[in-house]
Design a binder for this molecule. Sequence first.
Ligand code: FAD
Length: 538
Amino acid sequence: MTETAPPTAPVVDLLCVGAGFSGLYAAYKAVEKGWTFAGFELAPDVGGTWFWNTYPGARCDVESVYYSYSFSQELLQEWTWSERFAPQAEILSYINHVADRFDLRRHFSFNTQVTSATWLPDERLWEVALGSGETRRGRHLLAASGGLSTPKDFDVPGLENFTGTTVSTSRWNIPLSDLAGKRVAVIGTGSSAVQCIPLIAEVAEHLTVFQRTPNYVFPARNAPLSADYVDEIKSNYTAIREECRHSLGGIPDRIPDAAAFDVSDEERRERYERAYVRSGFNGVGGEFSDLLTDARANETAAEFVREKIRQIVHDPKTAAVLEPRFHPLGAKRSCFGTDYYETFNRPDVSVVSLRDEPIDTMTSDSIVTRGGSYEVDAIVLAIGFDAFTGPLFALNVSTPEAGRLQDAWSDGVRTYLGVMAAGFPNFFMIAGPQSPALASNVVVTIEQAVDWITDLIGHAKAVGADVIEPTAEAQDDWVKITEDTVNQTLYATADSWYRGSNVAGKPATFLGYVGGVGKYRRMCTELAKRGYPGIELD
Ligand code: FAD
């Protein structure tokens, strides 16, 4: 074995992968604590999700006044969101503003991929290898690499035969006008597809949507924010954000006052109608207390949405294809769109059900399904992500004793609090698998995780420990808690990226803790108060 010389750059306190919401807040906290920090970002600039996902119509689906940082009062007051759900460009300029305002950019190397991360037990350091061939060393390694940052591979053969335009929503790199007058295929009907389909339909000569699983799509009811509303929010921001931190999903809770069958059929209907107008994550799916735990109750809400689809979509056959029937409402991420179902009334838009006719292959100018051949000039892939584990495994995190993270997790994800993994000392995941990230306003989860992790590192430093590692027992307990929690809900019944079912061969483990960000925060705070039982310091 050849010995490599240690890198000449100084050892830092924190090595960090990623410059999205997570990495930037980690850099901020490191500076606040007086620690040294070296961040690495594959992209040429900050933004993460909001740097990469520039497809037409991209915007958040958690209200912007909640989907943003809360750590700085000045920041909360000086930034004004223009719409209920800000478009991608506005979120990206917000993240750039944060990077500039707190002078965070200088802590990152951009255009720099971390290709592996190796624990050096003798030195008690992590060493990361960079795409350039250089290495850097640090005492702790933070994976701020994102839950939805590794696009899923397209697993249908023949795409290489296609000679027209191919573009993916997660790496969008063409002007929308490039699709003008073309026969366009959109493959996928998840959140990104729901946002871009109506806009592509407006310019395409013909749009064919290839749908595998119909989703529950609610009208986003996006709108400009009035000055009065912004003033009101700003004057209550402290209380609002505190409420988010102690909520179920990271947005102010709307606690249902009844179960679905506590009320008459008529009242239930009226309440769904009002919730449909309200929309958002506190909309129809949050109207009754048992919608995510009782399949019969859930079916009342699901059928309400199907009825809406039948009312909106004129052609009964098209409506039938679009009706979600394969999973309970909310068990996969619901989608929010503008004129989504209405778009299918256009004469130049059609939908193909891949459940009825899967794609066999592609030729130079066509998508060939079991039911026919569709000539197209452009293909838009809106096929989602290899969620959570995709970016983590690509980091090739390893220790001499535990081996690689992907080998340790070959039967499924095993974490402590979604933050650490037994066998991987001083390695921390921000908004990682088995954290509340998946079922929350992710920025709330990110801030909590970074605060908790940096407090833990501070505690270890204060007691003179170099090494922080959860015990296997504490990890087993957490895995059981996440499983028990999800098994009480209907989340457990749906195949989705929440369970890794969207990626062939990915072991089926539910990738989140669904007990709520507030409950999770209380557990984490309690553990910190008790001196971090379940974590060994050395
Ligand atoms: P990311 O923003 O994903 O950033 C991770 C960064 O790490 C990326 O820039 C990536 O390039 C970099 N990276 C990864 N691996 C490496 C490597 N090996 N070397 C170097 N760099 C690396 N969440 C919500 O709560 N509400 C929403 O409305 C919402 N809307 C979304 C819309 C879209 C289209 C998508 C894709 C996601 C959405 N999300 C939403 C989830 C979103 O990912 C999170 O809210 C949040 O942006 C995650 O921030 P992050 O910093 O943890 O990760």
